[in-house]
Design a protein around this ligand. Structure first.
Ligand code: HEC
Ligand code: HEC
Ligand code: HEC
Ligand code: HEC
Length: 319
């Protein structure tokens, strides 16, 4: 068994233990121990508009192309694997491995997809749009809605309104910061021209090709963000980048890796300094950029217009 696989099993094991403790008992919800991805085809059944947007992104298109790339072939060899589509290391970020059902073999079905950003769906797919027996969307009670949202989050859904968590997923891949990526593999990748862009910024990279903003339901309008919304997203993205880079920087002393993580840290700190006056939570987060403080900061910026503070930093064009 390869090192990455062992590392992954170890993570899965500890996640299971923690999940078990949180549930109070190991017998409550067996499925929580083996959340798996179901693949974008499933989501597409209802989310045609979002799926169409996704099909226009590099995440979708790269699936047919990237393994043929000359650099890709060199990088795969450097990490000790033969083919990109057989490499557990590359699969961490480049592919979606989906399962038909619990216990079935996982198969690569696409590039990064819905569940790469919104969480593996096996345990929440049936919950997230269940309004109650015989009840339609607009007849759902407030209590039922709150309980439904609670349940979907507990089952691993990363909802868009928990933007810090969505952003953490982007940063894990784009910052080469996935905790399951071992330091040796990261070093070999960087020595063989694998990119690591320390200036990956959430607004710039999510409001171009990736943008899908149709809700409240209106499949005809993929809404652009207002400057105020962009300013909130900018701050949350920087917070997620800081948590991600702080965790990554201690993992490896490979000069390129370290320099990129240091740059990510410097970028994020400079950006967050700008909002300290308006958002006290930014100060707490800067002194301890933990996940909990990041979520608190994200909650605090919700609904605020910070474009006065960060307006000068907001991108004019989008990827
Ligand atoms: C059977 C139809 C159906 C399927 C299948 C489905 N969704 Fe949804 N989804 C909905 C509906 C309806 C809503 C609006 C929910 C509401 O009113 O709160 C929604 C909402 C969402 C939201 C917005 C957050 C929220 O909870 O309101 C996200 C994100 C999402 N779905 C992701 C996915 C992903 C990813 C998949 C595939 C793994 C998926 N959905 C599969 C029907 C579906
Ligand atoms: C931790 C996540 C992660 C892992 C692991 C990873 N990649 Fe990447 N890779 C990315 C991201 C993100 C990009 C896009 C970076 C950018 O353009 O800034 C990328 C870009 C690339 C590119 C350049 C593509 C282009 O369009 O320019 C190649 C080639 C590549 N990866 C090959 C590989 C190979 C081969 C492996 C396995 C040995 C691998 N990657 C593992 C995240 C990862
Ligand atoms: C599972 C890993 C993963 C996650 C999560 C992820 N990405 Fe990516 N992303 C990639 C990889 C890999 C590529 C490069 C594909 C290629 O070049 O072939 C990429 C490419 C992109 C590109 C194209 C960049 C370019 O220069 O053309 C954009 C834009 C992007 N991602 C935005 C995002 C945003 C925004 C998020 C979060 C909301 C995100 N990604 C989450 C792996 C990921
Ligand atoms: C690269 C990461 C990424 C991928 C891939 C992705 N999403 Fe999202 N999704 C987000 C982000 C970020 C937001 C919220 C931010 C915003 O408003 O732009 C969001 C918002 C949503 C929403 C609520 C907003 C709306 O109107 O649509 C739904 C529903 C949703 N996604 C479903 C999907 C489905 C279904 C897929 C796959 C076909 C998908 N997403 C793929 C990152 C992603």
């Amino acid at each position: 068994m390869r090192k990455v696989e062992i590392a992954r099993l170890r993570t899965v094991f500890w996640t299971a233990i923690v999940a078990g403790l949180l549930l109070g008992s190991f017998g409550v919800s067996n499925s929580a121990f083996a959340a798996f991805k179901v693949g974008a085809k499933k989501c597409q059944e209802c989310h045609t508009a979002e799926a169409k947007v996704w099909e226009g992104t590099k995440h979708f298109k790269s699936y047919k192309a990237i393994h043929k790339d000359k650099r890709a072939k060199k990088i795969v060899k450097a990490v000790g694997d033969k083919r990109m589509k057989k490499s557990a290391t590359c699969a961490l970020c480049h592919y979606t491995a989906a399962q038909k059902k619990a216990g079935a073999k996982a198969k690569l079905v696409s590039g990064p997809s819905c569940e790469s950003c919104h969480g593996a769906a096996s345990d929440w797919i049936a919950v997230h749009n269940d309004y109650g027996k015989g009840v339609k969307r607009d007849g759902e009670s407030a209590d039922h809605k709150a309980a439904r949202i609670e349940k979907s989050i507990a089952a691993g859904m990363v909802r868009p309104d928990r933007l810090y968590d969505v952003a953490a997923n982007c940063m894990s891949c784009h910052g080469l910061a996935n905790p399951e990526l071992d330091a040796k593999a990261a070093a070999a990748m960087l020595d063989n021209e694998h990119p690591l862009n320390p200036d990956f910024e959430l607004v710039k990279y999510s409001q171009g090709t990736v943008r899908h903003r149709f809700y409240p339901p209106d499949v005809t309008a993929n809404k652009k963000m207002t400057p105020a919304e962009m300013s909130q997203m900018y701050v949350v993205g920087q917070a997620a980048a800081l948590t991600s880079a702080m965790a990554a920087v201690s993992k490896s002393d490979h000069p390129k890796y370290k320099a990129a993580q240091d740059k990510r840290i410097a970028n994020a700190k400079a950006a967050l300094e700008l909002v300290k006056g308006q958002v006290p939570e930014a100060t707490a987060f800067l002194s301890d950029p933990s996940v909990a403080n990041g979520r608190a900061l994200a909650a605090a910026v919700k609904g605020k217009d910070l474009s006065g503070a960060v307006g000068g930093k907001l991108p004019k064009d989008f990827k």
